[in-house]
Design a protein around this ligand. Sequence first.
Ligand SMILES: O=c1[nH]c(=O)n([C@H]2C[C@H](O)[C@@H](COP(=O)(O)O)O2)cc1CO
Length: 147
Amino acid sequence: MGSLKLYFAGSIRGGRNDAELYARLIEKLQKYGTVLTEHVGSDSKTEELRKELEYNDEYIHKRDMEWLESCDALIAEVTQPSIGVGYEVGRAYAMKKLILCLYRPHEGAKRISAMISGAVNGENFFVKNYQESEIDGIFEEFLSKIK
Ligand SMILES: O=c1[nH]c(=O)n([C@H]2C[C@H](O)[C@@H](COP(=O)(O)O)O2)cc1CO
């Protein structure tokens, strides 16, 4: 396992349609280091997410902002729109973090927000349209940016 600290963002209250995908992405990221937000991929029947759902919102916000401050990179799956994920991306951008937003174009998908696609700068903010089969190469290339 690598030594990076990675913050994975994915929809929770915005809808859990992609939760199993999040779990698979998190598992791949764990090859590179610690995923601080492993619960984002947890099934709601597991102890981990059940505990998460019982924390109060102020606690969750404070904890997540501390994790965000401490991370080497933010990886956000943005296909399922989520206010919380958008907020995390904006806060991370203000912190000048290295950011990758992943978007899966598919039939019925909402268009990606211009606040995300329009923020791409070729320096620390990247957006990738992808299919899951491409993800190994995408992570390898993105995480190689961290010296
Ligand atoms: O219980 C939670 N725990 C938690 O860590 N979050 C964070 C991590 C996710 O990337 C993001 C999801 O936001 P939302 O719930 O608005 O979809 O917010 C969000 C919630 C619930 O809003």
